[in-house]
Design a protein around this ligand. Structure first.
Ligand code: AMP
Length: 411
C-alpha cells in the first residue's frame, strides 16, 4: 500500500496529514494528487466520503506554496473552490485549515444566508484560497469585493448537485469571470449530459479519475434501526450492548456534551467507555483511541468531527445513538465498520425529532433500513403521526432548514 510520502508531498503537508491520523491516501487521493501536482486539468467522479476534498486540497496547498516560493506573494485570490452548499463549503474550509496548518497560505469561506460583514472583512485582509457558494460569490463580485482575475486554480465541486439545486447558471456566470489560463478541476458523483458538456467547455485535455460511490459502501454493511423515544435511548443502549456479538462499538452522538453524557451513563452501568471529541486534548483523544484499539475499553463515544480520519481495524459495530442531520455523515459513520472484508454491523436509534433525518439518510443510500426486532422500548407511533400535523415541531430548527411537510407517515 502506498503512503503519502510516495506522492512527492512537502514536509509541512506530510506532518499535518500525520497529525490528522491519515496513514494512507484513499484511492482518489492516490490517483489525483500526482496528476494535479503537474498542473493538469482533472475530472473526478467521486462522492463525499471518498476523501475527495483532500484529493484536491492537498495538491492545491502544495502548488500555491510553490508559487509563493517563486515570489508570488501578493494576497490576490489564486484558487477558487465552488461548493453547492454551505455545509460542504465549511467542511472544505476545515480541510484547508487542517492540511495547510504548517503553511503560510490563507483561506476563507463565503456563503449566503448570513450577514456578509465578517466575510467581507476576511476577504479584505487578503486570502489565497476562497471557498464559496455561487450566489454569495456573485453578490460579492457585483459589489467589487471579490476579484477573480488572478485565479490560477479553479475547482467545481459536486457539479451534479449544482445542477440539481438550480445553480448551474450561476456557476456559468462565475466561470466567465475567470482567466482563460488556469488549472480546472471538476468533481461530480454522476455525469449527467449537462455536466459532461460543461466539462467539455471548461476543461482542457483533462485526466479522468473515478472511484466507487460512497452509497455502495453502505450496501456491504448490515444495518438496522430502532425507533425509540429520546428518554429511553440510554436504556435501549444498555439492552443492545448485552449482545455478546458486539465485541467493540463506536458510538456516535451529535454533540460533545451528548458524548460525555453517554460515557458517564455507560460507565455507571459497568460498560467500559471513553469519549473523543474536540474539547479533549490531543493526548486524551489518542489515549482513548489506543484503549479502544487494544480492547481496554469496549465502547468509544465520538462526535463526527472527532471521528474524522480515525481508522480502526476490526470494529464490529457502529451505533448511531443520535442520527446525524447531514445524511452523508451517516454513510461516513457506518463506513468505519466492515473494513477490509470484515463483517460490520451498524445500529441506529431514531427518536421522533430525528425522523426527518432518517428520511434523508434513506434517500441518500437508496434503501429502507430494516427495523431491529428486539426492541423493549418502542416508539409511540401514534405520536409521530400527530407530529406530522404540527407546523412548529419542537426541535425543527435543528432540521437543517428542511420542511417536515413530506414527513413519512408510515413512521
Ligand atoms: P471527503 O470525501 O473529502 O468528505 O472525506 C471523507 C472523510 O475521510 C473525511 O472525514 C476526511 O477527514 C477523511 N479522510 C480523507 N482522507 C483520508 C485519509 N487518507 N485517511 C483517513 N481519513 C481520510
Amino acid at each position: 500500500m502506498i503512503s503519502f510520502n510516495d506522492l512527492g508531498l512537502i514536509a509541512p503537508i506530510l506532518d499535518a496529514l500525520q497529525d490528522e491520523g491519515y496513514a494512507h491516501p484513499t484511492p482518489i487521493q492516490e490517483a489525483s494528487i500526482p496528476i494535479l501536482l503537474t498542473s493538469k486539468d482533472l475530472i473526478g467522479c467521486a462522492q463525499t466520503g471518498t476523501g475527495k476534498t483532500a484529493a484536491f486540497a492537498i495538491p492545491i496547498l502544495q502548488l500555491l506554496t510553490r508559487f509563493q516560493t517563486k515570489g508570488q506573494t501578493g494576497r490576490d485570490i489564486k484558487c477558487l473552490i465552488l461548493s453547492p452548499t454551505r455545509e460542504l463549503a465549511i467542511q472544505i474550509g476545515e480541510s484547508f485549515s487542517a492540511y495547510g496548518k504548517n503553511l503560510r497560505l490563507r483561506h476563507t469561506v463565503i456563503f449566503g444566508g448570513v450577514s456578509q460583514h465578517a466575510q467581507v472583512q476576511a476577504l479584505q485582509r487578503g486570502v489565497d484560497i476562497l471557498v464559496a457558494t455561487p450566489g454569495r460569490l456573485l453578490d460579492l463580485i457585483a459589489q467589487r469585493i471579490v476579484h477573480l482575475s488572478q485565479i490560477q486554480i479553479f475547482v467545481l465541486d459536486e457539479a451534479d448537485r449544482m445542477l440539481d439545486m438550480g445553480f448551474i447558471n450561476d456557476v456559468k456566470k462565475v466561470i466567465t469571470r475567470l482567466p482563460e489560463q488556469r488549472q480546472t478541476l471538476l468533481f461530480s458523483a454522476t455525469m449527467p449530459m449537462e455536466i459532461q458538456s460543461l466539462a467539455n467547455t471548461i476543461l482542457q485535455q483533462p485526466e479522468k479519475v473515478e472511484v466507487t460511490p460512497v452509497s455502495s459502501t453502505a450496501d456491504t454493511i448490515e444495518q438496522c434501526i430502532y425507533f425509540v423515544e429520546k428518554p429511553n435511548k440510554k436504556a435501549l443502549l444498555h439492552h443492545v450492548l448485552k449482545n455478546p456479538e458486539i465485541k467493540n462499538a463506536l458510538i456516535f452522538t451529535r454533540t460533545k456534551h451528548g458524548a460525555d453524557k453517554v460515557v458517564k451513563d455507560l460507565n455507571k452501568a459497568g460498560i467500559t467507555a471513553e469519549a473523543i471529541h474536540g474539547n479533549k486534548s490531543q493526548n486524551a483523544r489518542q489515549r482513548a483511541l489506543n484503549n479502544f484499539k487494544d480492547g481496554t475499553i469496549r465502547t468509544l463515544v465520538a462526535t463526527d468531527i472527532a471521528a474524522r480520519g480515525i481508522d480502526i481495524d476490526e470494529l464490529s459495530h457502529v451505533i448511531n445513538f443520535e442520527l446525524p442531520n447531514i445524511p452523508e455523515s451517516y454513510v461516513h459513520r457506518i463506513g468505519r465498520t466492515g473494513r477490509a472484508g470484515m463483517d460490520g454491523k451498524a445500529i441506529a436509534f431514531c427518536d421522533q425529532e430525528e425522523l426527518p433525518y432518517l428520511k434523508d439518510i434513506q434517500k441518500l443510500i437508496g434503501k429502507q433500513i430494516p427495523e431491529g426486532t428486539d426492541n423493549p422500548y418502542p416508539m409511540d407511533r401514534t405520536q409521530s403521526i400527530a407530529h406530522t400535523h404540527q407546523p412548529q415541531q419542537k426541535g425543527g430548527s435543528r432540521n437543517n432548514g428542511r420542511k417536515n411537510k413530506n414527513f413519512n407517515r408510515k413512521f
